[in-house]
Ligand binder design. Structure first.
Ligand code: ADP
Length: 270
């Protein structure tokens, strides 16, 4: 009995030693790395043929008026699908580069109000097509300074923050029925030196049991609807990566059928 017990103890110690020494993780880490490399290489390789297709379609587009109606529709559909594939490969490339640490932030002083206005202007035509009202709210609450007065400068990667705002606004517009409203609110937290960005909509909302999954890659709450809207379920994963890389936090509050509110908190430099 004693020998059997000692044998068991030895086996447990050997397995524990193997795990604790980190050697058990090596094959897993290697296979994870291979998967990351594959995604990065595949998206990179797809870029060139897709941009060739895109420019070829642009040439055909010039001749569009001389084509029969059916061929015009085919051409438009091809253009939409190629654009969708380009967005998808760019998203995959961003995520695989962020996983491997190759995607670095280029932080510089930026005016948050300007970035928000830029993103709003970019999204205005999309909102207009669904008669959705877009509003930029610069915060008048007594506990915080109005951003319009303070003209805050934050140390961020401007391109990435612009991309983050576009992702949140694009979703807010996509998941809000015609005639609804989308607002982007900015607030500066005087004490900590950070700022808060909130994108709110009067849209379809997110079922509570799905809230914890929406930042996962390829997660789409309503797959049919999201696909129809052209989404692959990568937007919020990229948004989360951008916020995390800035040391911030992103959260969501939502009520089904009433709307959603995404809040981003970015820390200050202090
Ligand atoms: P997608 O490309 O499908 O929009 P995202 O990663 O941006 O992918 O979002 C993941 C899922 O979260 C969406 O498919 C949608 O179900 C849900 N979602 C995101 N934003 C909103 C919103 N503002 N209102 C309702 N649902 C949303």
């Amino acid at each position: 009995v004693l020998l059997g017990f000692a044998g068991c103890l030895l086996l447990v110690a050997t397995v524990a030693g193997y795990i604790l020494s980190g050697r058990a993780m090596v094959p897993i880490a290697r296979s994870f790395q291979r998967q990351q490399d594959f995604t990065a290489d595949a998206s990179h390789e797809l870029r060139t043929p897709l941009s060739v297709l895109h420019s070829s379609l642009e040439i055909l587009e010039e001749e569009k008026s001389s084509l029969p109606p059916f061929h015009r529709t085919v051409l438009t559909n091809m253009g939409d699908e190629v654009s969708r594939m380009i967005r998808l490969t760019e998203s995959l490339l961003t995520l695989s580069r962020s996983d491997s640490g190759a995607e670095e932030l280029n932080r510089e002083p930026a005016n948050l109000l300007e970035l928000a206005s830029d993103a709003m202007e970019k999204m205005r035509p999309l909102a207009g097509r669904k008669s959705i009202t877009l509003r930029l709210d610069t915060g008048e609450a007594s506990s915080s300074t109005s951003l319009a007065e303070a003209a805050p400068t934050v140390l961020v990667d401007q391109e990435r923050i612009r991309q983050l705002l576009v992702i949140l606004l694009d979703n807010a517009i996509k998941y809000t029925p015609e005639g609804g409203a989308v607002s982007l609110a900015l607030e500066q937290d005087d004490a900590a030196g950070g700022c808060r960005i909130a994108v709110e909509d009067t849209g379809i909302g997110i079922p509570s049991e799905q809230k914890q999954h929406i930042f996962e890659r390829f997660f789409r709450s309503d797959k049919a609807r999201s696909r129809q809207e052209g989404g692959a379920g990568l937007g919020l994963s990229i948004a989360k990566w951008i916020v995390d890389a800035h040391g911030g936090k992103i959260s969501v509050e939502s009520e089904l059928g009433k709307g959603s509110r995404f809040t981003v908190e970015l820390p200050g430099e202090k």
